[in-house]
Ligand binder design. Structure first.
Ligand code: SF4
Ligand code: SF4
Length: 457
């Protein structure tokens, strides 16, 4: 008997007269049945690799969710703990030979868990952080930029290191301490985008650029690098000001209604009939944008017009590396003399199945040496807001990733996701190393513009 099965049979609440919570009702039940319990996914699951507990594996979690849905198991704190610990990295989807769509199980199930929590009047301890930081700050780039100013000033004056060394940061609430410790060395704010940037040379495509929220506030330079690379490849780039957060922060923490509002705002912000693609350079946001059709189906299946609108939007979305490889990239000329390794962001490689395109793009950059990374497809522990909500597991995975990175002796780690970038740079900095964490577009942009590699510390 597996641990998951024993979790069911040994649960004090299983098979009792207690009415089960009405969970799992929005899930297409056949998706549970796709799992044949073969266990081939377990060794690809980061949490199972760390804990060795079957309940922390994809097979175990599917078993738990199905048992709760069937009413054979209550959603006890222990069951919820195993489900909360899932990174939603979807590595199990890549490994599964039966085509189990794990994301389509855990994501709606989490929405229902949060609704159940609200009905029970629980989750209050999480609510201030969710309401004011996750929902009130992160999705709004202007607010984020304002909120980052004190950190920027402290970094410039060296006060952050001083406060850390004398223990003043410990006066902050735990989650804010954690956020502060994850902050990268902040660059000067990037200038605002115009509405349109022209193609350089003969025009080959007209694309929309999705700039994001946290990414826009903290990685504006990556958005600009992406836009310049698109221009250098003959693309006219449209940047609608009315676009909004992708909604992933909300949806992945169970707040489905605001996530759907953001989806609708984005679907109307981009004039899809005049665009060849909507380009995204952040794996997590890209995965969410491509899932808008699923979200509409799960949240409001009766609204057909909304479903069609969001499906149409989702089909236009392309990751920047996916788009450029399909377009045929113009070879850049500048030397970028770096020994680098590439970390696969989960929501690029597992959720979007984009594995070769970033590597193929980087292979055309003169001077760049790309060294393979062991376990490059295993999550670094960032996983959206997971590094704030599950710090212990997040740190274990960050350390695991760091060990593999250091073994490659790189000058740079390249990755296509803002969350991975924050997580990896924080663990590198804490370990006292000087390694540049870059987005693939920063590397290409340097090469197209024939600029020297920047100094990093
Ligand atoms: S999710 Fe896939 S790989 Fe994992 S146990 Fe089920 S069928 Fe097997
Ligand atoms: S999504 Fe990731 S953490 Fe969750 S069960 Fe699948 S492999 Fe494990």
């Amino acid at each position: 008997m597996s641990d998951a099965q024993s979790a069911v049979s040994s649960s004090p609440t299983a098979s009792t007269a207690t009415a089960p919570l009405p969970l799992g009702s929005t899930i297409d039940y056949d998706k549970f049945l796709d799992c044949v319990h073969c266990g081939l996914c377990t060794s690809f699951c980061p949490t199972y690799l760390e804990t060795g507990n079957e309940n922390d594996s994809p097979r175990g979690r599917i078993y738990l969710m199905r048992a709760v849905t069937d009413g054979r198991l209550d959603l006890t704190p222990t069951v919820q703990r195993h489900l909360d610990l899932c990174l939603d990295c979807r590595s199990c989807e890549t490994a599964c030979p039966s085509g189990v769509q794990y994301g389509r199980l855990i994501e709606p199930f989490r929405v229902e868990m949060q609704h159940a929590e609200a009905r029970r009047g629980e989750g209050e301890s999480k609510s201030w952080f969710r309401q004011f930081i996750m929902y009130g700050l992160f999705p709004y780039p202007k607010r984020m930029r304002w909120a980052l100013w004190p950190a920027r000033i402290m970094q410039t004056l060296g006060l952050d290191r001083l406060f850390e060394s004398v223990g003043l940061m410990k006066l902050l609430p735990k989650k804010l301490q954690r956020m502060q410790s994850q902050l990268p060395r902040l660059q000067a704010p990037s200038p605002a985008f115009p509405d349109v940037l022209p193609a350089i040379g003969p025009k080959r495509a007209r694309v929309g650029l999705f700039t994001g929220c946290v990414a826009d506030a903290m990685f504006g330079h990556v958005n600009w690098a992406t836009a310049r690379v698109l221009q250098a490849n003959g693309c006219e780039v449209v940047i609608p000001k009315s676009q909004a957060c992708c909604g992933a922060i909300h949806y992945h923490s169970g707040a489905d209604a605001p996530a759907l509002d953001f989806a609708n705002q984005n679907a109307t912000a981009f004039n899809l009939d005049e665009l060849d693609a909507v380009i995204i350079n952040v794996a997590g946001c890209g995965s969410m944008l491509k899932d808008y059709g699923h979200v509409a189906h799960e949240v409001a299946p009766q609204d057909q017009a909304q479903q069609e609108r969001l499906d149409k939007f989702a089909h236009k979305v392309m990751d920047i590396s996916e788009f450029l490889m399909r377009l045929g990239p113009i070879k850049p000329q500048g030397q970028v003399k770096l020994r680098a390794t590439y970390h696969d962001a989960c929501h690029l490689v597992h959720a979007q199945k984009i594995r070769e395109q970033p590597r193929d793009l980087l292979s055309i950059v003169p001077g760049l040496e790309l060294v393979p990374l062991v376990e490059s497809e295993i999550c670094c522990g960032a996983a959206g807001s997971y590094n704030l909500t599950e710090p212990e597991m997040s740190d274990r995975l960050a350390q695991r990733k760091l060990n593999h990175i250091l073994a490659t002796q790189p000058d740079a780690v390249i990755t296509g996701n803002a969350g991975c970038s924050l997580q990896i740079q924080a663990s590198i900095r804490k370990a006292g190393h000087a390694i540049w964490v870059a987005h693939p577009m920063e590397i290409l942009d340097l090469s197209y513009r024939q600029l020297p590699v920047p100094k990093f510390k």
